[in-house]
Design a protein around this ligand. Structure first.
Ligand code: HAM
Length: 412
């Protein structure tokens, strides 16, 4: 195909099984969020550009990765790179802060970042996220992390690693910031270009650098600079996580790429994805105020659904297709039977192009394991059920077909 028609770099056409699996995953996520009392919010996929400046003017998302455009009316717009800023804007604009607190909102949809594409890192990707407003109590941080655990466990990811840290608040962070600048200043000529720039703009991000790793070991640790309130908050959070049996590692150098965080930050990793986070989030107490809203504390997380899918075994968990084949003159009965089986929630294919029986069987073998053959036996209330993998077949009374098919599909 001519290059000008090909999809943009870093985007994908999601087709067939993967597409089903992703929508199934959205269903799992929303179902779990509902169990934890969340309601759904859908915000536009683009916002006025200043909305995302709240993510942090020195962040990569704002400095390098924005899909920013001016529309025909001259409006400065940006495709959303994440959901937290949009939800904060929507909470203020719709007066949701008047609802009973805590306010719990979840969302799922595409996000856009012009990152360097690689496996599991895309320029358009799907995120599921949750945002909890109105509680500064570490119980809410713990419940948010517990929701992440429940979600990952639901898709079979029980061996994930939770990295946890507290990066302090507006009271204690400036002292930590100064300590970092003091530590890194003499090393500045050895630092990468990005870190040289970050040193004055946002020195915490130096700890996040993948190039200048060696300097990090001796850098000042956030934990040594927390004020008494932040320290107590972090200690209490760890206590509740232990009560909830959630394993975590305190990572004293964990900072996040977005500037709105205060106190708790966390990232979750799985072996299959290595150093790429599966899920990430934290507390962001000052954000709502930046949108001219009340000073409400908040905490949340988001996960990349493509990454969840890549790490889980869901991809292998494909539903069986049942094929309804028919002998000549039994096409009507086969259509009716396929309709009945679909009505029971089964995934059923029937011949739609009047193929010969032999061609139908060939088609069936490409689609699944079980074939129901509608032929002469139908007149006596029977059909033939054939298992293509085992090469076995049996005569089944029409009325018993659903229960036998269900037992075949799930022998437990
Ligand atoms: P984030 O760390 O930028 O945080 O992204 C959260 C998750 O989105 C990542 O852990 C990853 O799974 C997925 N993700 C990010 N970028 C990509 C990409 N280019 N391709 C595929 N997946 C990606 C946030 O977005 C915050 N809004 C999270 C949050 C919510 N904090 C508080 N509330």
């Amino acid at each position: 195909m001519n290059q000008q028609y090909q999809k943009p770099t870093g985007t994908r056409d999601v087709i067939g099984r993967e597409s089903w699996q992703l929508s199934k995953l959205v269903g799992f996520c929303l179902g779990i969020a509902k169990n934890y009392g969340y309601s759904l919010i859908d915000t536009p996929i683009f916002e006025k550009t200043p909305v995302f400046l709240k993510v942090g003017e020195s962040s990569d998302i704002v400095q390098k990765e924005r899909y920013r455009f001016t529309d025909q009316g001259g409006e400065d717009l940006t495709l959303r790179p994440e959901g937290t800023a949009s939800v904060a804007r929507a909470v203020v604009e719709n007066g949701l802060y008047n609802e009973p607190m805590p306010l719990k909102l979840c969302y799922a949809g595409p996000m856009f970042r012009r990152e360097r594409p690689q496996a599991n890192r895309y320029r358009q990707f799907l995120q599921f996220g949750i945002e909890l407003y109105g509680s500064d109590d570490p119980k809410s941080d713990a419940e948010v992390i517990d929701l992440a655990r429940a979600l990952l466990s639901e898709i079979g990811l029980n061996a994930v690693r939770v990295h946890l840290n507290s990066i302090g608040c507006t009271v204690c962070r400036p002292t930590y910031r100064e300590a970092l600048i003091r530590y890194y200043r003499p090393l500045v000529t050895d630092l990468c270009e990005d870190c040289q720039r970050r040193l004055d703009q946002n020195p915490l991000r130096l700890l996040d650098c993948k190039i200048d790793l060696s300097y990090k070991e001796k850098a000042p640790k956030t934990a040594d600079y927390l004020c008494a309130e932040c320290d107590a908050h972090f200690t209490q959070l760890q206590h509740i996580l232990r009560i909830l049996d959630i394993q975590f590692d305190v990572d004293p150098f964990l900072v996040r790429g977005l500037d709105y965080y205060t106190r708790t930050v966390f990232e979750v990793f799985d072996e299959k994805l290595g150093a790429m986070a599966l899920l990430a989030g934290g507390r962001y107490n000052g954000l709502l105020k930046q949108f001219d809203g009340p000073d409400l504390p908040a905490v949340g997380f988001a996960c990349g659904l493509e990454r969840l899918l890549a790490a889980s075994d869901l991809m292998g968990d494909d539903e069986d297709t049942i094929y309804v084949a028919h002998a000549p003159n039994y096409a009507d009965q086969a259509m009716k039977l396929a309709q009945q089986l679909r009505g029971l929630g089964l995934r059923v294919e029937a011949d739609l192009v009047s193929r010969s029986m032999k061609a139908q069987m060939r088609d069936a073998s490409k689609r699944g394991r079980l074939v129901v053959i509608v032929g002469r036996e139908y007149d006596e209330g029977h059909v033939v059920l054939k298992d293509l993998t085992r090469g076995e077949q049996k005569l089944v009374a029409h009325a018993d077909l659903p229960s036998i098919v269900f037992a075949e599909l799930d022998p437990r």
